[in-house]
Design a protein around this ligand. Structure first.
Ligand code: PEP
Length: 249
């Protein structure tokens, strides 16, 4: 039985003062026993997370990582640096990074590899655009995104990743994939991993992301291949985030 996992993606939101209220609210209200939760915050606030969340039931992580270990890469953050601040997770290939920073499937795969090398859990994000869905290319697109990662990982490493299916047309738009539609893609992704390693596929946590909120979380999380959520907007209010974590529980 896979544990459920709910991760908040704060994107580029927050301040020291606001984060403190939010983090304390999440820690105080998290009563989940059968679900794990984490927040992926802007990197300047990782030290604050380490101070506020250490010893709690809430893990933390970053939203991006360099594919390189160290060196002349101005503005980048090495996986080892994220480790220094106690991160457990790092998002790799969020659609906003693919779109605005031109991250290719291959670069996302290299970042995933770098995260694993440093002992972090990469949360590999895949998802199709509206045009791709309307053209009937959803599975082709997400499977190509996943395949680039499968191509650079050996089987033991494959067992340590988390996958997030985030249809781009559902992110921040208020439009959510129906549970059946999301389940169909999750099942296709798990099947693709199973072709390489049935053991990794059975363990793999596949999160759904895209306007998940307290009102729709329960139905999405009830699907057999939906193992949690990657939450954007609803992760910025402790009550909403906790309601999703408790739905997962
Ligand atoms: C996200 O940014 O990963 C996300 C799912 O955002 P939202 O929940 O706001 O759609």
């Amino acid at each position: 039985m896979r544990r459920k996992l709910v991760i908040g993606n704060w994107k580029m939101n927050g301040s020291l003062a606001a984060n403190s209220v939010l983090l304390r609210g999440i820690v105080a209200g998290n009563a989940a026993r059968n679900a794990d939760c984490a927040v992926c915050v802007p990197s300047p606030y990782l030290a604050q997370c380490q101070a506020e969340l250490a010893g709690s039931t809430v893990a933390w992580g970053a939203q991006d990582v360099s594919a390189y270990a160290a060196g002349a890469y101005t503005g980048e953050m090495a996986a080892s640096m994220l480790q220094d601040f106690g991160c457990r997770y790092v998002l790799c290939g969020h659609s906003e990074r693919r779109a605005y920073h031109h991250e290719s499937n291959e670069l996302v795969a290299q970042k995933t590899h770098a995260a694993l090398d440093a002992g972090l859990t990469p949360v590999v994000c895949v998802g199709e655009s509206l045009a791709e869905r309307e053209a009937g290319r959803t599975n082709v697109v997400v499977c190509a995104q996943l395949q680039a990662v499968l191509d650079v990982l050996e089987n033991p490493a494959l067992e340590k990743i988390v996958l997030a299916y985030e249809p781009v047309w559902a992110i921040g738009t208020g439009k959510t994939a129906t549970p059946a539609l999301a389940q169909e893609v999750h099942a296709a992704l798990r099947k693709q991993v199973a072709e390489r390693s049935p053991a990794a596929a059975a363990k793999l946590q596949i999160l759904y992301g895209g306007s998940m909120k307290p009102e729709n979380a329960r139905d999405l999380l009830a699907q057999p291949d939906i193992d949690g959520g990657l939450i954007g907007g609803a992760a910025l209010k402790a009550a909403d985030f906790l309601a999703i974590v408790h739905a997962a529980d």
